[in-house]
Design a protein around this ligand. Sequence first.
Ligand code: TA6
Length: 312
Amino acid sequence: MAEERPTIESCTNESGQQVVTLSHSSGATATIYAFGATVTDFTTASGRQVLWTSSKAKLDGTKAIRGGIPLAFPQFGQPDKRMAQHGFARISTWELVEEPSVSVSEIEDAAVCVFKLNPAMGTHEAWPFAYEAEYVIAIGAETMVNTLSIRNTGDEAFSFQCLIHTYFNIQDITTTTVTGFQGALVYDKIGETPDECSPDGNQLITIDGNVDRVYVPEGIDAPLEDPCVINTPGGNISVGRTALYVDAEGGARNLPVDTVVWNPWIEKAAAMADFEEGGWQRMLCVEPGLVNGPQTCEPQAAIALKQVIRAE
Ligand code: TA6
């Protein structure tokens, strides 16, 4: 009988970056760079590569990794010009937690690894708050669950945005569609009024050019259909998106989750040095997040954002 691989293996690449391999008993694997705790690959037990990472991505810690699942925190975009685009989480080195004792409800026998961001590493004078950031990556045969939790460990409330910026491998953008946004309000970031939202009655999202939209539920009583489904030539990928606010006393309530849909298309992709030639045809970003305005977190409270990816 072949010797089973350890669940978590760690090595260092030629640039000195820590690279973690997470292995599930089914043969499914994930690759995570401690830099940004960026998942760069999730290959299912059936051999399907669910994520897209540019072959020209910088993997030496000099810039955010182009592809996979970068994390945006404490800001989405660059509302505070003093901080990097999408904040400091994706350009800071996270610490792998040894012997994690975490389970996830969505996968019975999950292989799990946990990263933490040391506030001494992940910080900025523009956002000088006391926090704990934990990122749980769990895989099963055809499922991956990503959970980003931010806890306020200080004595003053703070606000932030966060987003799981997932690049999906969809083979052909021209025959890919996405469902699950019915009833949403949408901000078209490349339109003439990027700060105004409008009802988006489309039941089906198709992509035939540069798309950069934020889909927002009308309210907690009208969350978006969960999961949304990416219909690709290679099979469907469902993307579950939930968020939870846990107050200092342990009381929990759901938060409405926003979803960013992005494809740079030809010209904008060509303008990015780390975007491989023609990559725009093979990728689509569908990104669960809390981005429609800052999320306030009271002292000793926590906010958890979760993405559940299932290859179907
Ligand atoms: O995916 C949404 C988005 O905010 C786009 O506007 C685009 O800027 C993308 O993120 C990638 O950002 P990056 O800083 O990684 O080039």
